[in-house]
Ligand binder design. Structure first.
Ligand code: NAG
Length: 154
C-alpha cells in the first residue's frame, strides 16, 4: 500500500511538472493543442516554416512555406469548419452545421493527449504517460516517443 501511494504521488508530481513545463513553452509558441482545444475556421498553428491551418474552405492543411505537405482534402465540404481536439485523442473537423466531415480515427481512452506541430514539420498526437521513472530532464520530457502520427492518415 505504501509503495503504491509513493508511486502514485510520484506520477502525479511528474504530471504536474510536465503541465508546468508545457504551459511555459506554449506561451511562446502556438504549436500545441490540448484536449478540448480547437482551431476555428481561419486559425492555424505555426512553428518555424511550418503552418497547420484550419482553412476557411474547410480544408486542414500542413504547409512548409507555401508548399502543401499534407491535407485532409475536405475543401468545400462545409463552411465555417472548426478543428476539435477531443479528450480521447481524436482530431475532428466539424462543419458549421455540426456535421463531422473528417476525423483522424485516433480516438482511444480519455487521457492527457497533446497535439504538437513539431519544429521538424511532423504533426504528432502524443498520449498520456502511462509510467515513468520521473527522472527526465525538462528538455527530454517534452520529446516523449510519439504514439500516433497524423501523416499518411487516409
Ligand atoms: C522554406 O523557407 C526557408 C527559409 O527561406 C527555406 O530554408 C526552406 O528551404 C523553405 N522550404 C521549402 C519547402 O520551400
Amino acid at each position: 500500500m505504501a509503495i503504491n501511494f509513493v508511486s502514485a504521488s510520484t506520477l502525479l508530481s511528474s504530471s504536474i511538472l510536465l503541465l508546468l513545463i508545457s504551459s511555459c513553452s506554449s506561451t511562446s509558441s502556438g504549436n500545441v493543442l490540448k484536449p478540448e482545444d480547437r482551431l476555428h475556421s481561419g486559425e492555424h498553428l505555426s512553428i518555424g516554416n511550418y503552418k497547420f491551418a484550419m482553412q476557411t474552405d474547410c480544408n486542414l492543411v500542413l504547409y512548409e512555406n507555401e508548399t502543401v505537405l499534407w491535407a485532409s482534402k475536405t475543401q468545400g465540404v462545409g463552411t465555417n469548419c472548426n478543428l476539435y481536439f477531443r479528450v480521447n485523442g481524436e482530431l475532428l473537423i466539424i462543419s458549421g452545421l455540426g456535421s463531422p466531415v473528417w476525423r483522424s480515427e485516433t480516438g482511444g481512452a480519455y487521457g492527457n493527449y497533446e497535439l504538437v506541430l513539431q519544429p521538424n514539420g511532423n504533426v504528432v498526437i502524443y498520449a498520456s504517460t502511462v509510467w515513468s521513472t520521473g527522472t527526465s530532464s525538462p528538455v527530454r520530457s517534452i520529446h516523449a516517443p510519439p504514439s500516433k502520427t497524423l501523416i499518411n492518415n487516409p
